[in-house]
Design a protein around this ligand. Structure first.
Ligand code: FAQ
Length: 311
């Protein structure tokens, strides 16, 4: 009977129907989506830390207001993504515990430090730029709640990307020192951003099933290439140099060919040995512990309300 249901399920996916929380779904579909959506949520939440580091040091009131709004948006994205993951049956507590214990991943990119103000520009331009490239196709993901969450998230990410590019443009049109700061930020963020798209296609363990189920519409390497093709001209417009001597426009394909990515560095970051992994997890654990009283108060209040309604 399960084989019949699985065939029917696949037929719905092939017909571009959305799968909703109460619909039958294979256990492996539920598991891989819970994994991806919760890791995406953790990335948004941990992703607040590198930029949060600069809120008190933003150079002007306008920059500070924009950065505060951006970081708050990331918190909101994390919350809708946890809610989307909960529709698959997992509890938020259990998902958060998986992140805090180091069992669940979050994006490798958030394990790098933000050393100067230009890093805030580079993150908006490149990290949000990469996030949009990956998330636009997720708006058509087969799972309804995830696809719908992505529509709003992408609108906000576009604003974040423009915000970052405008910081870079201002620095690049400023003093020689400001331009050097922008170049240094680009040098440090470029390769880690290319790693955000995940391992090369032949090493991507989940790609085949996620493609079959229309969770993924493009492969890791395809999205990496799209990002590169969109971003190289933007770097040139800024008058900056990409830190890749092998970067060349391939006239035959129309794409930018790029040098070898250091996959050992990626593996090290995933294994918990990136420059900031320990700091990031320590900050999240502290925030979780410091917030225990809020969760306790919410539970006590819900209990009191329930008793009052029952009486
Ligand atoms: N970092 O078989 P695949 C943002 C893991 S944007 C860490 O190819 P899949 C916005 C992968 O989980 C960033 N781990 O996996 C923002 C798997 O391990 P697992 C978040 C990575 O799922 C901007 C293993 O490697 N965006 O937060 C990474 O088919 C600025 C094998 O890989 C999303 O999460 C990585 N870079 O493809 C916030 C998008 N790459 O789970 C603040 C949704 C791979 O078996 C500031 N996710 N791994 O233990 C996806 O599209 C997919 O999950 C991929 C990976 C494309 C990331």
């Amino acid at each position: 009977e399960d084989a019949g249901r699985a065939a029917q399920f696949q037929a719905r996916i092939d017909a571009e129907e959305r799968i909703e929380p109460n619909d039958w779904m294979p256990a492996a579909y539920c598991k891989t989506l819970t994994r991806q959506i919760s890791q995406h949520a953790h990335s948004e939440i941990v992703g607040m830390l590198p930029e949060g580091n600069w809120i008190t040091r933003a150079p002007t009131l306008r920059r500070k207001a924009a950065l505060l709004a951006k970081v708050q948006d990331e918190c909101g994205h994390g919350l809708y993504l946890y809610a989307a993951a909960e529709t698959l049956g997992a509890s938020r507590e259990e998902l958060v515990d998986q992140m805090l214990s180091g069992k669940a991943k979050y994006s490798s990119i958030f394990n790098y430090p933000t050393l100067t103000w230009a890093d805030i520009g580079a993150i908006g331009w490149l990290v949000d730029g990469a996030a949009i490239m990956n998330q636009i196709p997720l708006c058509r993901c087969s799972y309804g709640p995830y696809a719908r969450a992505m529509i709003r998230v992408c609108k906000e990410e576009s604003f974040h990307q423009r915000q970052g590019y405008e910081i870079m443009l201002t620095l690049c049109r400023g003093s020689a020192e400001q331009k050097a700061m922008a170049q240094d930020a680009l040098n440090r963020w470029w390769w880690p951003c290319l790693m955000m798209f995940g391992p090369p296609d032949q090493a991507s363990q989940h790609s085949d099933t996620s493609t079959k189920w229309k969770i993924k519409r493009f492969s890791n390497d395809e999205l990496r290439q799209k990002f590169l093709d969109a971003t190289v001209p933007q770097a040139h417009y800024l008058g900056l140099t990409l830190p890749d001597p092998a970067l060349t426009k391939n006239e035959a394909t129309g794409h930018w060919d790029y040098g070898a990515i250091d996959w050992d560095e990626f593996k090290q970051v995933l294994a918990g040995n990136g420059p900031c992994n320990r700091d990031r997890l320590a900050a999240r654990r502290k925030a979780h512990d410091d917030g225990a009283w809020v969760r306790d108060a919410a539970v006590a209040y819900a209990e009191k309300r329930k008793n009052r309604l029952a009486a």
